[in-house]
Design a protein around this ligand. Structure first.
Ligand code: PMT
Length: 401
């Protein structure tokens, strides 16, 4: 799977850098073409000569080769690669990546790379647990960087815990898995809705919900990874999706989401509606901030368009409509009712009764429910893995339509 793949191996300055030598050798053995970029600090841990010899290519460290005056273009390196694998990733470089700092060739190349980026963090356990590091890792993950989690075990400090860089064999297996997925949605177009909607009461207040957009963004990314072209209509979230293949359309209210979905739906093969759309909106939106007056304030609500139901009515043969149901009780019955009303091909049920499921978190626990009542239950997984299960089901249904 890695034969002739162009892999840019980034090495940062941590003791696990010695393992990068084995990682490089594994990539080369798998038939990949490898170029190495090191941070200046990484040079203290592993010799560029070793890496250049194994990769059959000079190692990039500085922006310039001071002996020849040659300039190394971070843009060219980023465009050359099919995958940028940074292993080990130190807390320092992770922070630079999260905040877009560009003070060495490696992080500058990261900013201009268009290929998938994989990172294998490695650091001491207290550093790894630190909220700043965890926050930075979340930022990177939310931007689509693939995190190859560190393993538990003895660390260079002598402490024991999570922080060891994943073994080179496991990193290669991770990348191989990534590329081995068939591009089974090439030529297909998909619509995904994500995030909450905000229904304005006045210029400073709204009715909204806790959706972060993580579930919908993960689905959009998985569809693109499998070759589809994706229109991602998202309510207000802090997430971004700038990978080629995703056309991100930002909206605020349910009515804006409805308008965009109606426009895009006729041209897609599949629509996945993961957004948490407000069913009602204030009947009137005040143009100025509502002042505190009496003890009560009544806000009259009117019904919003039901995007799913409207698309369900227009669904043409061969088109697939996948819904979500977020429930707190009577999960199965409510999900069945929604399948029927909205003409879904299947619905992804998640319940707020399950720990680690639903809004905001990085995990979800779902069941797929089908129109005749058949169900498939899945254990708690990362939203990325849940997205893979959803897309596998979509591919299976598209192939049988
Ligand atoms: O964004 P995250 O923080 O990652 O959280 C993910 C999630 C919990 C939001 C997601 O997993 C989820 O369950 N999304 C659907 C939430 C929801 O609003 O469910 P519902 O049961 O109210 O709606 C049923 C279906 O109809 C959904 O597909 C919804 O997108 C759609 N709908 C609902 C109302 C409406 N006016 N238009 C719609 O299209």
């Amino acid at each position: 799977m890695l034969k002739d793949k162009k892999i840019l191996l980034g090495i940062t300055g941590g003791i696990a850098a010695y393992k990068s030598v084995y990682l490089l050798r594994e990539f080369v053995r798998s038939g990949a073409q490898v170029r190495v970029i090191m941070t200046p600090m990484a040079r203290e841990f592993v010799g560029p000569l070793t890496l250049a010899t194994l990769s059959h290519h000079p190692v990039y460290i500085d922006f310039f080769d001071h002996t020849t005056g040659q300039w190394f273009s971070h843009v060219d390196l980023g465009l050359w690669a099919d995958a940028f694998v940074i292993a080990p990733l130190t807390a320092n470089t992770m922070a630079k990546m999260a905040y877009g700092q560009a003070d060495n060739l490696l992080v500058t190349t990261y900013l201009s790379a268009r290929c998938p980026v994989f990172v294998a963090p490695a650091m001491d356990l207290d550093m790894y647990r630190h909220p700043a590091v965890q926050q930075n890792m979340k930022i990177l993950a939310s931007r689509g960087v693939h995190i190859i989690e560190p393993a538990e075990g003895e660390l260079a400090s002598g402490l024991v815990g999570k922080g060891r860089m994943a073994e080179p064999g496991d990193i290669v297996a991770f990348i191989r898995d990534f590329f081995s997925t068939e591009q089974d949605l090439t030529g297909k177009k998909a619509l995904v809705t994500a995030g909450p909607t905000y229904e304005m009461i006045d210029p400073v207040r709204f009715i909204g919900n806790f959706s972060s957009g993580k579930m919908g963004f993960a689905i959009a990314r998985e569809l693109v990874r499998r070759g589809a072209q994706v229109f991602l209509i998202s309510g207000p979230t802090s997430l971004d999706a700038d990978e080629p293949g995703i056309d991100l359309i930002r909206v605020t209210s349910a009515r804006e989401m409805y308008e965009q979905a109606e426009k895009i739906f006729p041209q897609v093969d599949v629509a996945v509606l993961a957004a948490a759309v407000a069913d009602y909106r204030p009947a009137e939106q005040a143009h100025t901030k509502i002042k505190k007056t009496g003890d009560e304030l009544l806000v009259r609500l009117v019904k919003n368009p039901d995007i799913a139901a409207s698309l369900g009515q227009k669904k043409r043969p061969g088109q697939l409509l996948v819904g979500f149901a977020l429930e707190t009780d009577n999960e199965f019955t409510n999900a069945m009712e929604k399948i029927r009303k909205k003409n879904f091909d299947f619905i992804v049920l998640n319940s707020l009764r399950d720990k680690g499921a639903g809004f905001g978190v990085d995990t979800n626990k779902v069941s797929f429910i089908f129109p005749h009542g058949h169900r498939k239950d899945f254990p708690l997984k990362s939203k990325t893995k849940v997205a893979q299960d959803i897309v596998n089901q979509i591919v299976q249904l598209l192939n049988s339509k």
